[in-house]
Design a protein around this ligand. Structure first.
Ligand code: MRU
Length: 350
């Protein structure tokens, strides 16, 4: 497939076709529709690191295909000894970004399968597994969409932060999956999308994705939420997550914590939609989640232009942690957890 023949659609941000991985370049949306072609694990790791593909479940899916590319190269080089250097490729993919646990989760699942394979060509089995990870994510999103939408019982306006939509997943979306299903049920009057400095995932990606789906969306600065909530028009804040700790603390795009505090103050409900692949039972609380720090340049400039005085630096953590106590409900594909805590999260996995 030539990249020029691919059509940019939110549900097709990650495409495997004819032995190649195509990633819709999310850095350029919505102005340009361009697909990056990955032929190796190194290409895939670089695409994840540089935000061509982003969003926790989407980078997990992309990394699973990256493992297929790695195995293909190692088998072509070493035949039955294909395993020799594959472990390094997996570590490289896994280290592309530190916070979203879905990346580690997907690689671990591929690693588990690698452990069961013999010395023959590993690609068919690994490709089938990567496709399963991709397809299961879409099914999980649809289930979460139904479960989350059932909680929104009357027409309302909602706020979302960053992009937790089809673009950020295998398709349909987590938070935006709930929005899609609730909109279909007639219960979304208006979506307010925080622009989400500095990468503008809300202004660029959520706005584009919802517009394509005919869901009413208004973009607002990240600071507008407080006054909007004070007007009493917002029923829910609905967000995704990059990692949920064993006690229900939720790590998501920087600014999410502030929204949760505001929501509690104004009596607005706070919903997190995330598949169980986002829950990390190995971290006891949000304090243990590694928070990615990105370059100061992302904050010091805007649209490629420096706006701060030379010599000034910037603080750029790209995720924050919302304590479980501020979360009204976590929606997963296995069920809904109200007022999350350790016991309820454990029960989900029992
Ligand atoms: O830095 P990003 O764009 O990868 O951050 C993405 C988010 O924070 C999303 O809200 C999260 O991954 C959930 S996506 C379904």
């Amino acid at each position: 497939m030539e990249t020029s023949s691919l059509i940019a659609h939110p549900d097709h941000a990650v495409i495997w076709d004819q032995e190649r991985l195509y990633l819709l370049d999310q850095r350029l949306l919505p102005q340009q529709s361009h697909f990056v072609v990955c032929e190796t694990a190194a290409d895939t790791g670089e695409a994840i690191r540089t935000m061509v593909v982003r969003g926790a479940p989407a980078i997990g899916v992309a990394a699973a295909y990256g493992v297929v590319l790695a195995a293909r190269m190692r088998f072509a080089e070493a035949g039955e000894h294909w395993r020799a250097h594959l472990a390094t490729d997996l570590v490289l993919l896994e280290s592309a970004r530190p916070t979203a646990i879905n990346l580690h989760w997907a690689i671990e699942r591929m690693r588990g399968l690698i452990g069961q394979l013999d010395h023959l060509d590993p690609v068919p089995a690994l490709l089938a597994e990567a496709k399963r990870i991709h397809a299961e994510d879409v099914v999980a999103n649809r289930t979460m969409g139904d479960l989350g939408a059932a909680l929104i019982t009357q027409p309302t306006a909602i706020i979302t932060h960053c992009n937790a939509g089809a673009l950020a997943t295998g398709g349909y979306g987590t938070a935006l999956g709930v929005v899609r299903s609730a909109h279909a049920a007639g219960n979304i009057r208006q979506v307010y999308a925080d622009e989400t400095r500095p990468w503008m995932q809300g202004a660029r990606l959520t706005a584009w994705e919802l517009q394509q789906s005919g869901i009413p969306v208004i973009v607002q600065t990240d600071h507008a939420a407080a006054s909007l909530m004070a007007r009493g028009e917002i029923g829910w804040v609905i967000v995704g997550s990059d990692r949920i700790a064993a006690n229900g603390d939720v790590c998501n795009k920087i600014g999410t914590y502030g929204l949760a505090v505001l929501a509690r103050h104004h009596g607005v409900k706070f919903m997190v939609a995330a598949p169980t692949s986002t829950i990390d039972l190995a971290v006891a609380s949000g304090e243990d989640i590694p928070i990615e720090q990105r370059s100061a340049d992302e904050v010091l400039g805007c649209a490629g232009q420096r706006i701060c005085p030379e010599g000034v630096s910037a603080y750029n953590p790209v995720f924050d942690v919302t304590p479980a106590a501020l979360v009204d409900v976590i929606v997963t594909e296995r069920g809904v957890i109200e007022q999350p805590n350790v016991a309820k999260i454990q029960a989900l996995f029992a």
